[in-house]
Design a protein around this ligand. Structure first.
Ligand SMILES: [Zn+2]
Length: 170
């Protein structure tokens, strides 16, 4: 899928990344353009683990994002999706979500579930496995992380630097 981000949306994401705490919300794809639905935002405040404003058992939006803002970097360490983010993405995919984007200060991570979205995957076991992900905060380690997480075979995770975010394919 090809997505584009307008200057206006980019500026809005920069604003979100400067807020105190994570933000989660929904976007739509209009043509190829990603548009954030501002009314859908839920804010984590000081808590760097934002919750969506839909329940676990509810139908999930097709397109979801959350932020890894500057204010949460001491909690997050590296900016890539946490094990919790990936487990949550599998739950959302079971309820209809197609793409989960993570806006980090360094770029965008896109997460799609390509493996078994049925209830066969044990979420506790998956969480334990994901805890072993590479954790250093370097670009080399990011590549190692992406390979590691994609080799599990359940997710497709991609990283797009902000400078390449005007048009990108996920
Ligand atoms: Zn996260």
């Amino acid at each position: 899928m090809r997505l584009s981000i307008s200057d206006e949306t980019y500026d809005y994401i920069v604003h979100l990344l400067n807020l105190n705490g994570e933000v989660m919300g929904e976007f739509i794809v209009d043509g190829n353009e990603m548009k954030i639905i501002k009314q859908s935002l839920s804010e984590g405040g000081d808590n760097c683990r934002v919750r969506p404003n839909f329940k676990d058992d509810d139908q999930a939006p097709e397109f979801i994002f959350h932020t890894h803002p500057f204010s949460c970097h001491s909690d997050i360490g590296h900016g890539w999706p946490s094990g919790g983010d990936l487990v949550a993405t599998l739950k959302y995919a079971r309820n209809g979500n197609k793409i989960h984007l993570v806006f980090d200060t360094t770029g965008i991570y896109s997460i799609q579930v390509i493996g078994d979205v049925s209830n066969n995957v044990n979420l506790k076991e998956l969480a334990r496995k994901l805890d072993k992900a590479p954790k250093d905060d370097t670009p080399e380690c990011r590549d190692e992380y992406l390979k590691w997480v994609n080799d599990i075979g359940l997710f497709r995770v991609k990283f797009i630097e902000w400078k390449n975010s005007e048009f990108f394919i996920i």
